[in-house]
Design a binder for this molecule. Structure first.
Ligand SMILES: CC(C)(COP(=O)([O-])OP(=O)([O-])OC[C@H]1O[C@@H](n2cnc3c(N)ncnc32)[C@H](O)[C@@H]1OP(=O)([O-])[O-])[C@@H](O)C(=O)NCCC(=O)NCCSC(=O)C[C@@](C)(O)CC(=O)[O-]
Ligand SMILES: NC(=O)C1=CN([C@@H]2O[C@H](COP(=O)(O)OP(=O)(O)OC[C@H]3O[C@@H](n4cnc5c(N)ncnc54)[C@H](OP(=O)(O)O)[C@@H]3O)[C@@H](O)[C@H]2O)C=CC1
Length: 591
């Protein structure tokens, strides 16, 4: 940050102002004389340098150095129009007054804000670049004023990164603490992929650590599976499961059903009329008309089934389609929407209550999905040699089989779970979903899993996982983001398959199911051997958390950071060393 003493040279001051904002051009000829184009606002004791370009923006110096930019501008709003309450002043007068202000930091944009009146003037003729020419603080002023919607920042600025930065600036004012944003990173991210596809009102991103489990021996391949999680122990556990699997012949996994669903609810004047339409839709030739319309909406969506379920005068129409390599919700919703328009022309008494009648069933726990399946239905199976069960998993086959029955089957039945006959399928599903850009909310049905274990004739452990609802894709949604795509590339299934649409999505589904199986093996073994709590206290309970009390502010952790060393006493780093690391970048955990 450079600063200058304004008493030394007014022209230096103007030079710096122009460097700071290239859109400002100061009319020096008139400022060198007692020209009316340099004016003093008598009431507010601030100076407005009149700019010689077509927008005639005015920047203000003076109080803004002590107060926040926005407060100066708030005052300025009340200022009467320039021509009413201003008088001409000389450069000598300006220099004399600026001298009283002390050193002025000309690199701080807050010191040079145009008034709201002038910003509005800039926008009046809607010049293409007016928004881009404004400083961040000026944009915030217009957001506070309601002249600029924060959701329009990307469009107006044509610069996603800057849009995020300005939104953060504005939001930090709203939450009345600029520091609150500090640890939410936003730099080093390609927002062009996010805007219009993955998120709105973007203010940054939450970094989640990504580990890998593997190699997982799956269908004759060796796979390294990326997992994004903050649950210490999860990756280690899944990794141990992969090791046990590798001791046998590996996992065999296969998709046995494929179909994404969308189910509108429609209403008729009577229950009988609803049944008539059901019969019409179930007639083969009519179904073909519907299918033709449905399939015409996409290069990949192909209708497989239309299930019509009546409820009084309501009819629930469950469209099920294959969707290539995409998870398919947008695709199937679009296709269903177009079919419904067509059906409404045929059945004029049919009232479409909603395109989604909750019979789909998306993002809600349901018996229907558990029974019918949704997305990819997959089964994975492996045999673990008995000596690997004792050597790697630290238990034995009989105990595992007994736990499978008493916990996974009887325990889950006692609890009345839907599709929850497993130990931790959701853990692995969520971690791979986050890593590979899946729709996180679909963990609800996607983690439905039946884990079964029995003893083979040779005395080894046979384990299988059946997952009927893996709602996943390798194309579309969050899979376009570079980090998530990289994780898909690790698995060899990024994007659409070049020759067999849908194959990449099947590879991902099989990989998730096989990794779930690895996680099941290890966690169930830890419960057999009584290692669950011990392992989590060692790998999951952070020493940093233990250091803090509820009432301590989070910043205390930075000042007194303790790095645990497994198996030894804590090592305490001097606060200065830790703080240096924090200072390395604008974001606390991005270095
Ligand atoms: C998209 C809207 C909101 C447009 O809605 P609209 O009414 O056309 O928008 P508008 O331009 O009139 O603006 C109204 C307000 O919406 C907000 N808004 C509007 N646009 C933006 C934007 N770009 N960024 C940030 N905020 C925005 C904003 O608050 C704005 O107020 P303003 O600030 O203008 O005074 C509306 O059409 C909508 O809510 N659609 C539903 C989308 C949705 O909820 N998707 C979730 C996923 S669906 C799913 O996953 C589950 C499902 C469906 O399968 C479950 C089921 O089976 O039911
Ligand atoms: N709309 C809704 O109600 C819901 C939406 N979602 C969201 O929907 C998004 C996912 O929707 P989805 O339909 O999967 O993705 P997209 O909306 O991104 O659609 C996939 C696009 O990729 C094209 N495509 C190119 N190659 C392939 C290929 N090999 N296989 C499949 N498609 C290909 C499709 O072509 P074409 O145009 O020919 O079909 C289509 O345009 C997620 O962001 C999710 O969060 C989630 C739940 C509900």
């Amino acid at each position: 940050m450079s600063s200058m003493n304004p008493t030394q040279s007014t022209s230096e001051f103007f030079d710096a102002a122009e460097r700071l904002n290239p859109s400002i051009i100061i009319d020096r000829d008139s400022s060198a004389s007692d020209s009316p184009s340099l004016q003093k606002n008598c009431d507010k004791d601030r100076y407005d340098g009149v700019i010689a370009d077509q927008h005639r923006p005015v920047f203000t110096v003076g109080e803004s150095r002590k107060n926040s930019c926005s407060s100066v501008i708030d005052n300025a709003v009340e200022t009467p129009p320039l021509n009413m309450k201003q008088k001409s002043i000389t450069v000598a007068e300006i220099q004399a007054d600026l001298a009283n202000l002390g050193p002025l930091d000309l690199n701080d944009r807050k010191n040079l804000c145009r008034t709201l009146v002038n910003l509005r003037e800039m926008l009046r003729n809607e010049p293409v670049d007016a928004w881009k020419e404004m400083t961040d603080e000026e944009l915030v002023t217009l957001m506070n004023d309601g002249s600029l919607k924060q959701q329009d920042l990307e469009k107006k600025l044509g610069d996603e990164r800057r849009a995020v930065a300005v939104r953060r600036l504005w939001l930090s004012e709203q939450i009345k603490c600029e520091d609150k944003m500090h640890s939410l990173p936003f730099e080093q991210y390609d927002y062009s992929m996010v805007s219009g596809a993955c998120c709105e009102n973007v203010i940054g991103y939450v970094p989640v650590p990504v580990g890998y489990a593997g190699p997982l021996s799956l269908n004759g391949r060796r796979v390294y599976v990326p997992m994004a999680t903050t649950e210490g122990c999860l990756v280690a556990s899944t990794n141990r499961g992969c090791r046990a699997i590798a001791d046998g012949a590996g996992v065999a996994a296969s998709v046995y059903n494929d179909g994404m669903s969308r189910a509108p609810v429609v209403q008729f004047e009577s229950a009988l009329e609803a049944l008539k339409v059901k019969a019409w839709l179930e007639t083969s030739s009519n179904y073909q008309i519907v299918k033709q319309k449905f399939d015409s909406t996409s290069g990949y969506a192909r209708l497989q089934e239309l299930k019509c379920t009546p409820a009084g005068r309501l009819l629930y129409l469950r469209f099920v389609a294959t969707t290539g390599d995409a998870m398919g919700m947008n695709m199937v919703s679009k296709a269903t929407d177009e079919v419904m328009v067509m059906l409404q022309q045929t059945f004029v008494n049919m009232e479409l209550i909603s395109l989604s009648g909750n019979y789909c069933v998306d993002k809600k726990a349901s018996a229907l999905n558990w029974i019918e399946g949704r997305g990819k239905s997959v089964v994975a199976e492996a045999v673990i040699p008995s000596d690997s069960v004792s050597r790697i998993l630290k238990t034995n086959v009989d105990r595992m089989v007994e736990l499978g029955e008493k916990k996974l089957l009887i325990g889950s039945s006692m609890a009345g779970v839907i599709g929850g006959f497993n130990a931790q399928a959701a853990n692995v599903v969520a971690a791979i979903f986050l890593a590979t850009g899946q729709d996180a909310a679909q963990v609800v049905s996607s983690s439905m899993c039946l884990t079964q274990m029995d003893k083979t004739a040779a005395g080894d452990l046979r384990i299988s996982c059946t997952m009927p609802c893996l709602e996943i894709g390798t194309r579309g949604g969050g899979t376009i983001l570079p980090a998530q795509r990289t994780c898909l590339e690790m698995l060899g299934c990024a994007g659409g398959h070049p020759t067999k649409p849908g194959k990449n999505a099947h590879i991902l589904a099989e990989t998730i199911c096989a990794t779930v199986l690895a996680g099941e093996l290890s966690l169930l073994a830890a419960q057999c051997s009584g290692d669950l709590v011990k392992s989590h206290l060692k790998m999951n309970r952070s020493q940093l958390n233990l250091m803090s009390t509820v009432s301590e502010p989070a910043v205390a952790l930075k000042d007194q950071c303790t790095v645990p060393k497994v198996g030894s006493h804590e090592r305490r780093h001097p606060a200065s060393a830790v703080n240096n690391a924090f200072k390395l970048s604008g974001c606390a955990n991005i270095v």
